[in-house]
Design a protein around this ligand. Sequence first.
Ligand code: ASP
Ligand code: MG
Length: 450
Amino acid sequence: MSHLSIAKFGGTSVANYNAMYASAKIVINDPNTRVVVLSASAGITNLLVSLANGRDLAERTKLINEVRQIQENILSELKDDSGVRYKIEKLLANIEALAEAASLATSLALTDELISHGEMMSSLIFVEILRELNTTATWLDIRTVIATDSHFGKAIPQDKKTQQHSDQILKPLIDRGELIITQGFIGRDEQGKTTTLGRGGSDYSAALLAEVLNAKDVLIWTDVAGIYTTDPRIVPNAKRIDTMSFCEAAEMATFGAKVLHPATLLPAVRSNIPVYVGSSKAPEAGGTWVVRDPQPRPTFRAIALRRDQVLLTLSSLNMLHAQGFLAKVFTLLAKYKISVDVVTTSEVSIALTLDKTGSASSGNNLLSTDLIDELTKLCSVKIDHDLSLVALIGNELHTHSGIAKRIFDTLENYNIRSICYGASTNNICMLVHNENADAIVSALHRSLFE
Ligand code: ASP
Ligand code: MG
């Protein structure tokens, strides 16, 4: 082993037997990959979230059968499934019991316990696939390592404890030369309860493990060969970005590019760990390296799109020449654990969009009636839906003259609901109507990238 890499395989990379087989080959072909972090097989987490929200018996049976079928499709392709089948059956029985409990009373802790089963199943099956490829691997329950607080659905990792656990449990296994197969997304709080890091959190897990293990890099294996200048499904001309900076990738992740979970970059940036994004189906196609300081840095790097944004407009005449209104609003939003991303203000009103990317595993509506009630006591509240956030990502965007003109010229035929320019040197954000979003992304890509 020349250096240690942590590889993470997303849901589509462990979706079925062929995907798992291709992923296993990648692991076997790279001697540096000694820790493998897995998501649940594609579709499983959604089904489990649905069960955790409380379903009647008929619905539960249907959903559990769907879960079973996805795993069964993989098990049935194994040459010998006797070692793993009973483990999966046991987990399915757990799921059934937990889903029944959820039908009586839902709870965030119960949800996390239930949805953790997806990663448990995929990781157990993956060990068997490696075994069939003559590779011995050690299955590890990552909850013994990743320590978090008790904020179920979006738990915050406790770095010191995680480091200790890693030194005590994980490091010795790696030093012995073992190949570790484990779960992303999940952790454990101080009381021993299962927690999750938020939807898509397996990337984050991989980066956290890379940090505590002092790994050389994190390899994110997914279904696209890297990060593109924009979503190739919208713009077929989009180009792969070979190297980009942590800042740029963080902007992209935050503003809707689904390739990396926004939090992944926290440990990577903190500890300067390069992150690679590649396709497990076509590893030879290459990918994107996300590093601290790539050169050169182009003015325009990419365009990200986040659909279905909610715009909250809060107005109050009391805001006129008053102090502390914004503080009150943000205190309330913080109380409801809402993270705000784009904010524009005028003398008597403030318009903001809510960040749903990092929202809780349960997918609950962020704008609860309690929150709206409290806000209404403070000011008038208007809620607009069906908006999309288009983010132009680049470098030193505020120092180049003529950028705003190029954007507005390109978009002269579209109505832009609000725009955020100047706060970040790395992005310009526009809130537009959902139905114009694709056309706006295409037009900007054509004018700035092609
Ligand atoms: N399985 C989890 C999810 O679907 C975590 C992940 O895939 O990263 O959100
Ligand atoms: Mg995923």
